[in-house]
Design a binder for this molecule. Structure first.
Ligand SMILES: [Fe+2]
Length: 401
């Protein structure tokens, strides 16, 4: 793909009723310097009232605020920056109330996954607490978006700019709100924006991009198209992860941002699997950042999924096809076995100064393993190609504790 193009079949996706851009414009714009097009893109929608959703620190420190203020001076605008690192009902309610009071006809998110997910959610969630919770819990339908939505990722991680879902952390429960109305009208993925990321944040976001690509490849819902996105994302990660974290040169920023975008396109088709399902307990209870929480168990699941017998496969994946996919994943990891692929993943984690043991990642008490395993909703693991029991999860966590 070249800058400005996307394999994404954007024409098949619904756009907000306010969409007035040229019909041949892609939904997802990619490339260094593409943020400079935001002024023209905004004009294409003819908004009057624009709401910015962002992370206060990143917005001011990266120079984004100064750039956006120049663009926004022709419009009535407001900035909402009370975004939670793990979007929860309280922060979303504040955001929805701001939307309800200000009534923007355009919402622009500039930030990482939490910022983009928050913008997606508050563009549809009502400011009424009970109704909002009903929608988050899947008891009520997601309403149609009333404003246009532009997403600008500043990390190379979640690929949230091209997914139709958003995650909410409610106490000990994690919900994924899904609706095609959550897809943005436009996304602008400008790799230059990752240059200002702190090293740890760069690593954590890249972990997420990689895990999403790998999980999507073996997911029950994997398709030929999603595996193409995943495979390309994994190759780009292998090529550029280390230099992206350590140097953040233009080439590695482009590659990692592309990998994240491709991972997002892949899980938009397949959704994620077991390592993501397990990660939410680690993030909510031990404050382990999302991408790191996912990659901690990914090597274990790589081996577990690859070695599973036919009798343990979830419905929807023929055994031969599953074996083929796991073999292809090993090849993508330039490894001759699942064990060596797992070792390569652990090496990548350690190469940027992160521990691979749970005890060193923030889970001090070994007895917590049972609690973590109990907190995983096994029914939610049906997208993992292989069935897994609570006991097996406990054994897995014990091995990496
Ligand atoms: Fe993720």
């Amino acid at each position: 793909m070249t800058a400005g193009e996307s394999h994404w079949n954007w024409r098949a996706m619904p756009m907000s009723k306010d969409f007035k851009n040229k019909a041949d414009e892609p939904r997802h714009i990619f490339g260094c310097g593409t943020l400079s097009r935001i002024e023209d893109i905004i004009k294409g929608f003819s908004p009057a009232r624009i709401m910015i959703v962002t992370d206060k620190n990143a917005y001011s420190k990266t120079g984004l605020q100064a750039r956006m203020e120049k663009v926004l001076k022709s419009y009535e605008s407001i900035c909402f920056s009370e975004v939670s690192p793990n979007p929860d009902p309280e922060s979303l309610l504040k955001g929805s109330q701001t939307v309800g009071n200000f009534k923007p006809d355009m919402i622009i998110a500039l930030g990482g996954g939490s910022v983009m997910d928050t913008a997606k959610l508050i563009s549809v969630l009502p400011a009424d607490r009970e109704r909002m919770l009903g929608i988050i819990r899947g008891e009520e339908e997601v309403p149609e978006r009333q404003s246009s939505l532009i997403l600008v990722p500043t990390t190379a991680g979640t690929g949230s700019e091209c997914t139709h879902f958003a995650v909410v952390y409610d106490g000990n429960k994690k919900y994924s709100v899904a609706s095609w109305t959550l897809l943005p009208d436009k996304s602008i993925t400008d790799p230059e924006l990752t240059a200002a990321l702190p090293e740890k944040a760069a690593a954590v976001s890249a972990f997420d991009a990689f895990c999403q690509a790998v999980e999507s490849y073996w997911a029950v819902g994997s398709t030929f198209e999603s595996r193409q996105y995943s495979a390309q994302g994994i190759k780009l990660f292998n090529e550029s992860f280390l230099s992206f974290v350590k140097k953040r040169d233009r080439h590695s920023c482009e590659n990692m941002m592309r990998a994240a975008h491709l991972g997002g396109m892949a899980i938009n088709i397949t959704k994620t699997t077991a390592p993501h399902a397990l990660s939410y307990a680690l993030t909510m209870n031990y404050s382990i950042p999302h991408g790191y929480a996912v990659i901690l168990t990914l090597p274990e699941f790589f081996v577990f999924n690859a070695n599973a017998p036919e009798s343990l496969l979830n419905e929807g994946v023929p055994f031969g096809e599953h074996k083929k996919r796991m073999k292809e994943l090993c090849q993508l990891m330039e490894s001759d076995s699942p064990d060596s692929a797992a070792a390569r993943i652990r090496q990548a984690v350690e190469s940027v100064g992160f521990a691979v043991k749970l005890s060193e990642a923030g889970i001090k008490n070994r007895d917590d393993i049972e609690k973590i395993a109990s907190g995983v909703n096994l029914e939610r693991l049906e997208n993992n190609p292989v069935r897994i029991t609570k006991k097996q999860i406990e054994e897995m966590l014990a091995r990496i504790w």
